[in-house]
Design a protein around this ligand. Structure first.
Ligand code: ADE
Length: 234
């Protein structure tokens, strides 16, 4: 086991889906994987391994925010040999054309800072998704009849952000949505020669101030899981 993951060596697949919420990890594993088994429950951050169409897959919660995700992604990459990490989660839309429930596939993730950013000194490093994984996810979404938004997102350190001027600048520069994890995930995957992607569903809207009712979230979340799994093995 690693410091924060209690799985035995070999219990984690090379392909890992990472929702923020550990209960979503349990739901996704029980809904989409064959023979899912619990491989981690340290601090309640549930992880399951099973198979999807015969391929081994782990679904491991990341927690909220980049510091939490960084712990799990580092240990998955460095100690368990993970090769493909796909975040599946929610986001807040920043453009009017991006609607509630829409799927956003993040090509890049801008951030004011990440747990990794100090190593780049004065450089503004551009965390970017794995291109083939991204292309496969777009194809998988379209195959399901969805029209995903593909482009830049913003990985924030604050859910309750008071900086209206910052939001406005990001909107002016075409940023599609805000979430709190992808920039660090992309940076770590690039550092360790792995593939990463974030497939997101819009749960709230920064322009219209609408929010998805909790009961409507499951179906949208299921679409993301299927898109991520299809892309991982395309
Ligand atoms: N995840 C979902 N909605 C969000 C928002 N509005 N800000 C940050 N992360 C989010």
């Amino acid at each position: 086991m690693s410091t924060h993951i209690g799985a035995a060596p070999g219990d984690i697949a090379e392909t890992v889906l990472m929702p923020g919420d550990p209960y979503r990890a349990r739901w996704a594993a029980q809904t989409f994987l064959d023979a899912p088994r619990l491989i981690n429950e340290v601090r309640g951050m549930l992880g399951y391994t099973g198979t999807w169409r015969g391929h081994p897959v782990t679904i491991q919660g990341s927690g909220m925010g980049m510091p939490s995700l960084s712990i799990y992604a580092n240990e998955l990459l460095r100690e368990y040999g993970a090769k493909t990490l796909i975040r599946i989660g929610s986001c807040g839309a920043m453009q009017e054309a991006v609607k509630l429930r829409d799927v956003v596939i993040a090509q890049t993730a801008s951030a004011a800072s990440t747990p990794s950013s100090t190593i780049f000194r004065e450089m503004g490093f551009a965390p970017s998704a794995d291109y083939r994984l991204l292309a496969a996810a777009v194809a998988a979404a379209e195959e399901k009849g969805l029209t995903p938004h593909v482009g830049g997102i913003y990985s924030s350190d604050t859910f309750y952000d008071e900086r209206a001027d910052l939001t406005e600048q990001l909107q002016r520069h075409g940023v599609l949505a805000v979430e709190m994890e992808a920039a660090e995930l992309y940076t770590l995957a690039l550092r360790h020669g792995a593939r990463a992607l974030a497939v997101l569903t819009v749960s709230d809207h920064l322009v219209t101030h609408e929010a998805l009712p909790a009961k409507d979230r499951e179906q949208s979340f299921g679409d993301m899981v299927e898109i991520a799994l299809t892309a991982a093995f395309a």
